[in-house]
Write a new protein. Structure first.
Length: 115
């Protein structure tokens, strides 16, 4: 009877060990997913900051282009010729870009803390 009990005890110990190994594997999988999510968020944050910077630079350049277009329109009108630039289109694009920058700023994707 002692031999049989010893065999059951050893089998029981192995079963418990297997359960712990499965639990550790699940925790490892979970940690790997969290790490991946954090890395993706950090990458998105960097891309987001670059995008905002590029769009803000585009807005500044379009604002300067609108000023130049207004000068060209004025000079063209003074000499009685049609303006060679489409200032209406440039102004519309500027309005569109300003809205895009505003929407991007509203998102507020930041590097922040890890999960």
């Amino acid at each position: 009877m002692n031999t049989l009990q010893t065999i059951y005890n050893k089998l029981s110990d192995k079963t418990e060990l297997a359960k712990h190994e499965v639990n550790l594997a699940l925790v490892d999988d979970y940690n790997a997913r969290i790490d991946k999510a954090n890395n993706e968020r950090k990458s998105a944050s960097v891309s987001y900051q670059k995008l905002i910077g590029a769009m803000q630079a585009a807005v500044i350049n379009l604002e300067l282009a609108v000023k130049e277009a207004d000068k060209i329109d004025k000079a063209s009108k003074e000499i009685g010729v049609q303006s060679p630039v489409n200032s209406t289109r440039v102004k519309a694009k500027l309005t569109e870009y300003v809205k895009v920058v505003s929407a991007l700023n509203a998102l507020q994707i930041k590097g922040g803390d890890d999960i």
